[in-house]
Design a protein around this ligand. Structure first.
Ligand code: CDP
Length: 245
């Protein structure tokens, strides 16, 4: 690996952010015509589409659960999404892991018992990546799931926090991710106040974890607002149109 660059200079990160700042986030819902629900997210330089299909009959049949719906999730990076190789030989170990943890996030908020025998598919397609794609993908998939009308007990979001030297920072980009001393993505169910995903690369002390979690929860308020605004927008546009007619 190349020599470690200076990641924080005079309290500012390489893109000008302070330690607790998020990258700019834009979310749009209902972007894929044929999906039950969908969302597009730009999170810093990440560009990701999430699409939800279902509930529909679980196939092949042996994957069905007669008691509740099953969630199937596929996270995938487009071959052109980064400088690293993607897409030539099916999902790699990392894509399988991210698909699994994302599926587990949604198993905890979707009301699966309402749809026995069926499956709900979540597709997360990373078009451009710059660190934090699992968090951005989960955040977008939550909007896609909600826009599909599938009942959920909460609207999860995800974001990561980590450490550079002794500084705890929020929302690591790719450069920070590559050279950081720790990276801790978390997904949160804000209404239930529950942690749905917690992964950790590197080490953080108890105090550092507390700082990281409080940064994540504070940022989560802003992320939740963006998710809700994205969900409302198509309906606001319709009511504006009717108001004009
Ligand atoms: O994206 P996320 O931070 O959730 O996952 P990561 O495994 O920590 O990867 C960090 C970043 O490295 C990704 O967002 C991609 O930009 C890049 N990456 C890649 O392009 N190809 C890989 N096989 C792994 C990582």
């Amino acid at each position: 690996m190349a020599e470690k660059p200076e990641l924080i200079i005079n309290g500012k990160r390489n893109d000008g952010r302070s330690s607790g700042d998020l990258r700019p986030i834009k979310i749009e819902s209902n972007v894929i015509k044929n999906a039950s629900g969908s969302a597009y997210i730009e999170w810093g330089k990440n560009k990701i589409i999430a699409a939800v299909y279902g509930p529909r009959e679980a196939l092949p049949k042996h994957t069905a659960d007669p008691e509740k719906a099953v969630i199937k999730c596929r996270y995938s990076m487009a071959p052109f999404s980064s400088l690293e190789e993607h897409g030539r030989s099916g999902p790699n170990r990392r894509a399988i892991e991210i698909s699994k943890v994302t599926k587990e996030v949604f198993e905890n908020v979707v009301m699966l018992q309402d749809f026995p025998g069926s499956e709900i598919n979540i597709y997360i397609e990373v078009l451009q990546s710059d660190g934090g794609t699992r968090a951005a993908g989960i955040t977008a998939a939550a909007v896609a799931m909600a826009s599909s009308g599938i009942p959920m007990t909460d609207l999860p979001y995800a974001v990561s926090a980590g450490k550079v030297g002794t500084e705890v920072i929020l929302d690591l980009d790719k450069l920070e991710d590559n050279y950081s001393d720790a990276d801790m993505p978390m997904a949160i169910a804000p209404i239930q106040n529950k942690i749905l995903l917690l992964q950790m690369d590197g080490t953080l002390s108890r105090e550092e974890i507390k700082r990281a979690v409080s940064m994540i929860l504070k940022a989560g308020e802003a992320i939740s607002k963006l998710q809700i605004a994205a969900l409302k927008k198509p309906y606001e546009e319709i009511s504006e149109r009717y108001a004009k007619e």
